[in-house]
Every structure is written in structure tokens, then in C-alpha cells.
Design a protein around this ligand. Structure first.
Ligand code: AHG
Ligand code: MN
Ligand code: MN
Length: 335
């Protein structure tokens, strides 16, 4: 097999070179983040900071360091007009929008914070949107970011696991790249990531079982009933508690990942964030032949009203998501 790398892939991609260049700088920033992750306690990036982010979550040093790296390195891409992140209350403007338009970058700089201290896979998630048409010639506002996921032009994640890998879509399939630690090159290791329609594996935090909505309980109960139950087959369960790692498993061999709405905080759509967690993952999953559902419709069609909006997330193998969709229909529990 002839090998290619991310730079060659991006130079051949049939998209605006300014868009490819933004993916290129994200990859560069992730190499820098990877360096800190790999150094662990032998470096300066481990431990808690004592501060909280806009969502009221305790920040780790690596959350803030990764955010700073993304801001600094990604600002170099000439087409990038503004950035938004899990770790920042509002947007970070970079430059005025050119007459031909520009791009907006959203990210979760370090996903899976609770796994940093225990040396379990963590990641970075990113999403690229166009600037709205009426933004030409002016500075970007926060309202310009509030676009449905269906408008994403590119999305991806980097998983810092036993290997460092980037999984990327530019809207025409999904490719994976593995970072060669010898020379820092992102070698293309898959050109067609595809999620099988059927699966025997699901991922959900079962500590929240008593809080779930009835359709989610039914789905999981039926999986747990195994070969004697209505599904007629045994299921396996996995929960890494880093969305990047759990979704990477689904992207690699199929499965269902769920972090659905639950009764703990009924007025909150879910735990995960729509714009820089659910939407980029939904875009990748759809591009790989899977599906993503938020309890009402496709994640990518969910109306966006706030930068840090939460989402109910169910994604993965298409036949399983179709089943979850049916269970959520008004008459779904009786069918
Ligand atoms: P983050 O570290 O960016 O805040 O995200 C953590 C998220 C996600 O990665 C994971 O799926 C989920 O939190 C795990 O939540 P539980 O601890 O409730 O299982
Ligand atoms: Mn996250
Ligand atoms: Mn995070």
C-alpha cells in the first residue's frame, strides 16, 4: 500500500485551500498538545488548576494549556476569523472577515479531563463552520457561530491513546491519520472509515440508570437481556468516559455511544456540549455511514441558540440509532 500523509491529503482535497490550512494548523496544535500529554508528570502540565470553566467544571492544567496552544497556533491560518472553546465564556476573534468569507473554529481542547490523572485516553475535538454571508467585511460576533451542525465544513478529533490518531471529515467520507512519533508526520492509516450498521456493543454510564428516560431504559434493558431477550443476541458494554475514546471505538468497529438527557437536571438537554462535542462527532459518524439522534431528530439539525448549549447524544451504528429513534417516537414504547 502506498502511504500518504495529512499534508498531501489536504493539498489534494477539493476544498478551499484556506479551509485545508485550518485543519493543518489544528493538527500542528494537536502535536504540541500531544507532547504535553506524553510527558505526563515528568513535565509541567499535570494536576488541577483550582479554577472553573464557564460550565462550572474544575479545570485541569492540561485543559487550559491545550486551549492556549489551540488559540496561539490556529490563529496563524489566514482564513480563520474567530474561535470558540469549551474553556472560554465567549468567542476569541482573530481577524476581520474577508469579502469572500472566512471560517470559524470550535473546539473542546482536551476531552476526557477526568482521565488525565489516570493515564487513560483523552482527546481534542474540533468543528469548522463558514462565516455567515452577511459577515463579510466585519468582525465576527458570537451570534455568527450559532449555526446548525449540518453547516459544518470539516470536523474531527485527535485521540491521545496508545497511538495518537486524527480522524477527519471534510464532508466526503472519513479518513484517519496516525502520528509517527519518530518524525511528527501524520501518516494516513485509513481512507474510508465505515461504521457497520449492526453491532453487539453499547456505551453508556450505567451509574445513571435510575435517571434515564423510558426509551433509553428499554433499549439498554433489551441489550442486557441478551440472547434470551427480544434482541436475541448478547451485547457487550464499554465506557471509557472520554467521549473521544468511546466514539473512536464506535468509528473503528461499530457500536452505540449514548450520553442522553436524564432526570438529574431535567431542564438540561444532556451533559455534552452541542457545538464542539455532539455536532463534530455527529458529522463524522454520518460521514462514516452511522447516525446521530438527540431524542427528537438528527443531531446535525438541532437548532442552536447558545455557544455552550448542551445536547442529548445517541450515535453510532445506523440500525441501532433507528431503533432508538423508534423507541422515542410518541407511540414508540408500545410498538
Ligand atoms: P470534558 O472532559 O471535555 O468535560 O468531557 C468529559 C465528557 C466526555 O468526554 C465523557 O463522555 C463524559 O464527560 C463522561 O462523563 P461521566 O463522568 O458522567 O461518565
Ligand atoms: Mn469534552
Ligand atoms: Mn474538555
Amino acid at each position: 500500500m502506498s502511504t500518504t500523509n495529512l499534508a498531501a491529503f489536504l493539498s489534494r482535497a477539493p476544498v478551499d485551500p484556506r479551509l485545508s490550512a485550518i485543519v493543518g494548523v489544528v493538527a500542528e496544535a494537536c502535536v504540541a498538545i500531544n507532547g504535553h500529554v506524553r510527558r505526563g508528570a515528568t513535565g509541567q502540565a499535570m494536576g488541577a488548576l483550582g479554577s472553573q470553566n464557564v460550565q462550572g467544571e474544575v479545570q485541569q492544567k492540561l485543559d487550559v494549556l491545550s486551549n492556549d496552544i489551540m488559540l496561539e497556533i490556529c490563529a496563524q491560518a489566514p482564513g480563520l476569523c474567530a474561535m470558540a472553546s469549551e474553556e472560554m465564556e465567549t468567542i476569541h476573534p482573530v481577524r476581520m472577515v474577508e469579502p469572500e468569507g472566512g471560517y470559524l473554529l470550535l473546539f473542546d481542547p482536551l476531552d476526557g479531563s477526568s482521565n488525565i490523572a489516570v493515564n487513560v485516553s483523552i482527546g481534542t475535538i474540533f468543528s469548522i463552520l463558514p462565516t455567515p454571508e452577511d459577515a463579510a467585511g466585519r468582525a465576527v460576533t458570537e451570534a455568527d457561530f450559532l449555526q446548525p451542525g449540518r453547516r459544518q465544513l470539516a470536523a474531527g478529533y485527535v485521540v491521545y491513546g496508545p497511538q495518537t490518531q486524527m480522524v477527519l471529515t471534510l464532508g466526503a467520507g472519513v479518513s484517519a491519520f496516525t502520528l509517527d512519533p519518530e518524525n511528527g508526520d501524520w501518516v494516513q492509516t485509513s481512507a474510508t472509515m465505515t461504521i457497520p450498521a449492526e453491532t453487539r456493543e453499547f456505551a453508556i454510564n450505567t451509574a445513571n440508570t435510575r435517571h434515564w428516560a423510558a426509551p433509553v431504559s428499554r433499549y439498554v434493558d433489551e441489550c442486557l437481556a441478551g440472547v434470551e431477550g427480544p434482541r436475541g443476541k448478547d451485547f457487550n458494554m464499554r465506557w471509557v468516559a472520554s467521549m473521544v475514546a468511546d466514539v473512536h471505538r464506535v468509528m473503528s468497529r461499530g457500536g452505540v455511544f449514548m450520553y442522553p438527557w436524564d432526570k438529574r437536571e431535567p431542564n438540561r438537554a444532556g451533559k455534552l456540549r452541542l457545538m464542539y462535542e455532539a455536532n463534530p462527532m455527529a458529522f463524522l459518524v454520518e460521514q462514516a455511514g452511522g447516525a446521530s439522534f438527540d431524542g427528537q431528530g438528527d443531531t446535525l439539525d438541532a437548532p442552536v441558540i447558545a455557544l455552550h448549549q448542551r445536547a442529548s447524544v445517541m450515535l453510532g451504528s445506523s440500525a441501532e440509532i433507528a431503533r432508538l429513534r423508534a423507541y422515542h417516537a410518541p407511540d414508540g414504547l408500545t410498538t
